[in-house]
Design a protein around this ligand. Structure first.
Ligand SMILES: Cc1cc2nc3c(=O)[nH]c(=O)nc-3n(C[C@H](O)[C@H](O)[C@H](O)COP(=O)(O)OP(=O)(O)OC[C@H]3O[C@@H](n4cnc5c(N)ncnc54)[C@H](O)[C@@H]3O)c2cc1C
Length: 378
């Protein structure tokens, strides 16, 4: 097994924090990855897998177990796509943005608005990555998983992954364990072949995120270029000399609250109604049918509200930092917590707690972190 001299996590995470773990294994092929996981699970110690380290906040104390770096790469066209689409099988360690760039160059549509997201393809389903009106749930067909409980590899349809807003059954949320402890070995995507020319965008969410009208026609390359330019302006594309990008992207999820909670917020706070499930079918067993269909109970409408707005309107502007701290809010985007040079995980966590407490005091909403926290308390 390719065990290596452990590398400090601060040099493998985009937040640039984290001590050196006790043990580290590099897995460059799927077979190596499977063997390493089975071995580590048989030993029974703590473990986690590391992709690009762009959604991770590891602590300042050494992780007392094994970190397995997923360094597999590559993707291939496989049979089975519906007419007009192309099916791709992608190795978990494949760089996500290189994959997106390739699909755009082939005139394929489905992930172009997720251009510029750092990290690996295998991590994309973990929190159902999304940006500018696209989410991986829209194109993901299935994943090849290895489960910790059985050590077995199986193919699992996307519909069984509980993919939701920045979550899935595979994500280890702060303070809890994942609903399904498993590692993605590869994923399968169906992308529509639209060619290189401009075309109107049917998806209303994508149109609205890109500021397009129903009459506008744009190419997949235009979408990729526009998204990357917009992201750069917000410090959301990795750029070594720019400390605003030394982050984990958005540090807090946009909170999803009941409609009545959203109504208590100022009207200017941006909000997006979550689609109510209007098409659910009511099944009445024949033995219980009394000749009429009972009215449905009123459905609670959930509303997603802007975490960036809540932070800014709690008095914490862009670039905010605590006295003597080397962690600050990005000078381009209040939702990103950044490392200005030499900040510890403790300093990032201290800033995160301060932001949470200010927003809670002002609006009664406790923001939840989006990155996975390892050995860090908020
Ligand atoms: C500048 C910047 C911008 C960002 N913008 C966005 C954005 O627009 N939208 C968005 O959704 N996210 C965004 N992110 C967050 C991040 O890039 C994504 O979540 C990405 O998918 C993480 O990939 P990774 O390989 O770096 O994961 P890592 O940080 O290495 O891992 C994250 C978690 O996933 C687990 N994991 C990783 N690989 C696997 C696997 N194969 N199987 C099982 N578990 C695994 C890890 O154990 C860890 O718990 C951004 C981050 C940065 C730094």
């Amino acid at each position: 097994m390719p065990e290596i001299e452990p590398i400090p996590l601060r040099s493998l995470t985009t937040l640039r924090v984290g001590a050196t773990p006790a043990r580290m294994i590099d897995a460059r092929t799927q077979d190596e990855l499977v063997a390493a996981l089975r071995d580590v699970w048989a030993d029974g110690g703590p473990w986690f897998v590391l992709g690009g380290g762009s959604n991770l906040l590891p602590g300042d104390e050494a992780f007392p177990g094994t970190v397995i770096r997923i360094l597999t790469s590559g993707f291939e066209v496989v049979p089975g796509a519906p007419a007009g689409s192309v099916r791709l099988r992608v190795q978990a360690g494949q760089n996500w943005d290189e994959l997106v760039a390739w699909t755009v160059a082939q005139g394929l549509s489905g992930i172009e608005a997720m251009s510029g997201i750092p990290g690996t393809a295998g991590a994309a389903p973990i929190q159902n990555v999304g940006a500018y009106g696209q989410e991986i749930v829209q194109t993901l067909v299935e994943v090849e998983l290895i489960d910790e409980e059985t050590g077995e590899v199986s193919t699992v349809p996307a519909s069984e992954l509980g993919l939701g807003p920045r979550t899935s059954v595979l994500k280890q949320h702060y303070g809890s364990t994942a609903e399904r402890s498993a590692v993605v070995l590869s994923l399968t995507l169906d992308l529509v072949h639209v060619g290189h020319g401009p075309r109107p965008i049917e998806d209303a969410r994508l149109r609205s995120a890109l500021g397009l009208s129903t009459d506008d026609a744009v190419s997949v390359q235009w979408i990729r270029d526009t998204v990357i330019t917009t992201r750069r302006g917000k410090g959301m594309v990795l750029d070594d000399p720019d400390p605003d990008t030394h982050s984990a992207g958005s540090f807090f999820n946009n909170p999803i609250v009941d409609e009545h909670v959203a109504r208590t917020l100022p009207a200017e706070c941006p909000r997006w109604p979550m689609t109510p499930q209007l098409d659910t079918v009511a099944v009445i067993p024949l033995s219980a049918y009394e000749g009429f269909v009972p009215p449905r109970p009123p459905q609670e409408t959930l509303v997603k509200v802007s975490a960036a707005w809540l932070i800014e309107h709690s008095g914490l502007g862009k670039g905010f930092h605590l006295p003597r701290s080397r962690a600050s809010l990005s000078t381009k985007h209040t939702l990103a917590l950044t490392n200005r040079g030499g900040a510890t995980a403790g300093e990032i966590a201290e800033l995160a707690r301060f932001v949470q407490s200010r927003v809670a005091a002002e609006y009664g909403i406790v923001l939840q972190p989006e990155p996975v926290l390892v050995g860090v308390e908020l």
